[in-house]
Design a protein around this ligand. Structure first.
Ligand code: ARG
Length: 456
């Protein structure tokens, strides 16, 4: 039986019911639906809108339903319209008239907006904990590999020396900002639409601040039309999820490159790699690839939400039922990715020798060679040109800055002296990069400590 059956002379068709139903998606919010209803019933009782006895009956009935749904003794029929209808119907079948009073001064429109907010608030906690874990792992690696010299890249061409620890902390910074974004989104999420009614509030003497307080929410939505009809908090959260996925997918791409035979910078643990059904030698970075791939679906969820919400008039429209599939999927995907990604990173082997060996070719100390000439008084632009000539000479003669003789240096510029060998030594190049935020091992260790301290 539908909640709204009174006006209709016959039951809806099965097709309509199946199409209209959102139970597959929203049954996961049963706890939040009940939490919201308990707060609402308590407030109705306090304000004399229903009797305290009815409020008690409702609250106890709801608690029982929650318990049974959680232990599996109560099962939601798959043809239910939605979670709100199911819970109210179940309650009424248990406690009779008191159950029918629960929906006084409330609509499913403010109810669903509340449930989604409460549900997402919990999900944000989980994602936050996972990010904290990941950032902690990266900070530890930052410290451990603070002196593991490697090449940094631009255009995927070897560029300047950094360390593996510095690299890990770059990602730690990104995930720290993701956490900030998550926290900020929760500020706007944690406001109660309960009491906005269908769209125009109510004539009953309700106390919206009370229900917000009972639900641990920071404020109420201050306009009833807005409270029931915006889903910007879903769009915002799925944007936050999308940015997390951008970061995870970039990191994944590096992992995939780094464990290829061409790089061999890292090796993934067997427990986090997969084989091939035909090529016995293969060890594939499937987790990283799948994370990279799932970014597409999370961006899709974000676009779906933007598009669903675009152009619909105030207030509630059924279009908005599509919000949950998209925002839930984006969060589910991020959680699944982090669950697999974190232990994969935590257990990978970093091949310091290979990082160092790759850094030795590719002239990543060319800037340092030019800087040496600058230290001898040559203007940087001229030093750049002289060094460029030396690079060309090295390529033609299979040499590096480390193996050029003093005569060869002197041919390029009389300003060179023995000090140049110190200047182009990769360890020195990295150690000297002490500018704030730079890759010197000392900086990196300090930043790793800072990351750990603020990663709460
Ligand atoms: N299942 C609906 C949703 O998810 C609940 C709100 C229904 N409200 C309505 N007026 N039909 O949006």
């Amino acid at each position: 039986m539908k909640l709204w059956a009174g006006r209709f002379s016959k039951e809806v068709s099965k097709t309509t019911n199946d199409f209209n139903s959102s139970i597959r998606t929203d049954s996961r919010m049963y706890k939040e639906d009940i939490e919201g209803s308990i707060a609402h019933a308590a407030m109705l009782g306090m304000n004399g809108i229903i009797t305290p006895e009815d409020a008690d009956k409702i609250i106890n009935g709801l608690k029982e339903i929650e318990k049974e749904l959680t232990d599996g003794s109560l099962v939601i029929p798959p043809d239910s319209e939605d979670i709100h209808t199911f819970v109210e119907g179940e309650l009424t079948s248990r406690i009779g008239d008191a159950g029918k009073r629960l929906h006084t001064a409330r609509s499913r429109n403010d109810q669903v907006a509340l449930d989604v907010r409460l549900y997402l608030r919990n999900e944000c906690k989980t994602v936050r904990e996972m990010l904290t874990k990941l950032i902690g792992v990266l900070a530890d690696m930052g410290k451990k590999y603070s002196d593991a010299v490697m090449s940094g890249y631009t255009h995927l061409q070897r560029a300047q020396p950094v360390t593996f620890g510095h690299y890990m902390l770059a990602y730690a910074e990104m995930f720290l900002r993701d956490k900030e974004r998550l926290d900020s989104a929760v500020l706007r999420l944690n406001r109660s639409p309960l009491g906005c009614g269908a769209l125009a509030g109510t004539t009953y003497p309700i106390d919206r601040n009370k229900t917000a307080e009972l639900l641990n929410m920071d404020d109420v939505c201050h306009n009833s039309l807005d409270g029931v009809s915006d889903r910007d908090f879903c769009i915002e959260l799925s944007s936050v999820m999308s940015i997390i996925m951008v970061h995870l997918s970039r990191f994944s791409e590096e992992i995939i490159l780094w464990c290829s035979h061409e790089f061999k910078y890292i090796e993934l643990d067997d427990a986090f790699s997969t084989g091939s059904s035909i090529m016995p030698q293969k060890k594939n970075p499937d987790i990283a690839e799948l994370v990279r791939g799932k970014s597409g679906r999370v961006f899709g969820d974000n676009m779906a939400l933007l598009t669903v919400m675009k152009g619909i008039p105030l207030a509630y429209n059924k279009d908005m039922q599509e919000d949950k599939d998209a925002v839930f999927d984006s969060i589910d995907s991020v959680k699944a990715c982090l669950t697999a990604f974190i232990p994969m990173i935590e257990t990978m082997t970093v091949k310091r020798e290979n990082l160092r060996a790759a850094a030795a070719s590719g002239f990543i100390n060319a800037t340092d060679c030019a800087d040496f000439l600058v230290s001898k008084g040559m203007p940087f632009r001229d030093a750049y040109k002289v060094t460029g000539g030396l690079v060309a000479y090295c390529i033609a003669n299979s040499k590096t800055f480390e193996t050029l003789t003093m005569d060869e240096y002197k041919n390029a510029s009389g300003l060179f002296d023995d000090g140049v060998y110190e200047a182009v030594n990769l360890e020195n190049c990295v150690t000297g990069r002490t500018s704030l935020g730079g890759p010197s091992p000392e900086n990196v260790r300090k930043e790793a400590e800072r990351v750990k301290k603020i990663n709460v």
